[in-house]
Ligand binder design. Sequence first.
Ligand code: ZN
Length: 73
Amino acid sequence: MSGPSDFGGGITPSYATVVNAVFCRDRGHDCDFAVQTDNDDELVHHVQDHAERIHDVELSRADVEDLITEAEA
Ligand SMILES: [Zn+2]
């Protein structure tokens, strides 16, 4: 006999976390800048800010989304 399931309460398992990452290097820059977060808005904001300040490049949200790779947290 097994007890009541622990998985029925809407609890999200914590072992399968996937985050989105952007590596500046993927744009062809010789640059070690990378952002890794599960918040896409934050990710886009950080990459746009970096690109503008460091590389003098304006990226649209779509540009940033093109660079996103999935990474395991
Ligand atoms: Zn960079």
